[in-house]
Design a protein around this ligand. Structure first.
Ligand code: CDT
Length: 332
């Protein structure tokens, strides 16, 4: 039996450093209006959707950067977005920078900063929260790089694991919803955590520089998008899930972010793709029943996974060099 929902990727064009939340929120509300007109049930926005990609800017004292973060959600500035979600009866994925006042791992209450995403129900209620785990970049100002990527300075590693929840979406009573944020999409372990919870719709936003800025060797420009799509398509196929990858794209104060937002099916095929570097909505009709084929056959995890052979996966972080074979030694 078909379980059909219409999914929208709401790509955002650039947000300049000086631009205020009110302007961005108005642009997002326009995308929600379009999504409603096109019959969408769920809308996915990018990572850190309310601001420019601020981790490219160095600040000495993080407290001076509080303006980039949300202290509450909604706030007076973001309330129009929640009003539109409720008006149009949409489910929504939203990425934002979060300040939380909560105990740390030692039980000490303090101000904490996370790169966060939430699923918002049509009622405006927060259904699920995820805090980015694979933070790329570096903590201190780097003289080696062409452009700073200070996510490790601005955010703590997420402490909520990779949650999945079953919630109503549009006409379908229960959809298994999961989230990733940007760099997470490159890590098969993150996808598998979701796959092991039978995720059916994996939503992720990204801010990906259009060129490699590490300054440690040449990477052809077209590979930026190739690697992004390769990761999302493989993650969807190997975990039998639909996927929505949504960019913040375009030229932010002279720094380019790639676009190419996509909606992918559980076979790993791209169903729809953005073609601009601007605000753009792309939609696809997704039959969630498609997830069952992979989940019950080639990726039937209960039948085919071999934990006894995966010991390194959860015990070793960095790679280690293998044993060296010598001629005459025989089989190692
Ligand atoms: N925002 C984010 O995670 N961006 C990274 C850039 C990697 S280069 C430091 C990404 O994986 O797209």
């Amino acid at each position: 039996m078909k379980r059909l929902i219409t999914v929208a990727a709401a790509q955002l064009g650039p947000i300049q450093k000086a631009e205020g939340r009110d302007v961005v929120v108005a642009r997002m509300v326009r995308l929600l209006e379009q999504a409603h007109r096109k019959g969408a049930h769920v809308v996915v926005f990018p990572e850190l959707a309310f601001t420019t990609f601020f981790p490219r800017w160095y600040v000495e004292d993080l407290d001076e950067a509080d303006g980039w973060y949300e202290q509450t959600l909604p706030s007076p500035a973001t309330q129009p977005l929640f009003d539109a979600i409720r008006r149009y009866g949409l489910t929504c994925y939203l990425g934002y920078a979060e300040i939380a006042h909560e105990p740390d791992e030692n039980g000490v209450l303090r101000k904490r900063r996370f790169n966060t995403s939430v699923v918002i129900a049509p009622s405006g209620e927060i259904v699920l929260k995820y805090r980015k785990i694979h933070l790329p970049g570096h903590k201190e100002f780097s003289t080696l790089r062409k452009v700073q990527h200070l996510e490790k300075r601005y955010f703590e590693v997420g402490n909520l694991g990779f949650p999945v929840v079953r919630a109503p979406v549009g006409p379908v009573d229960g959809v298994n919803l999961g989230m990733l944020i940007c760099n997470d999409r490159r890590w098969p372990e993150a996808w598998r955590e979701l796959g092991l919870q039978q995720v059916e719709l994996t939503m992720l936003g990204y801010n990906t520089p259009a060129v490699n800025q590490e300054n440690r060797g040449f990477e052809a420009h077209h590979l930026r998008n190739f690697h992004s799509q390769l990761s999302i398509q493989a993650g969807c196929y190997q975990n039998a899930t639909f996927g929505v990858g949504v960019a913040k794209a375009g030229n932010e104060d002279g720094f380019e972010l790639m676009g190419h937002s996509i909606i992918v099916n559980p076979q790993g095929e791209i169903m729809a793709m953005a073609t601009s570097w601007d605000d753009e909505l792309v939609v696809a009709d997704c039959n969630l029943a498609m997830c069952e084929l992979g989940r019950t056959t080639i990726f039937n995890f209960a039948q085919h996974r071999r934990l006894e052979a995966y010991q390194r996966l959860a015990s070793q972080t960095g790679s280690s060099a293998p044993a060296v074979w010598q001629p005459g030694q025989g089989e190692v």
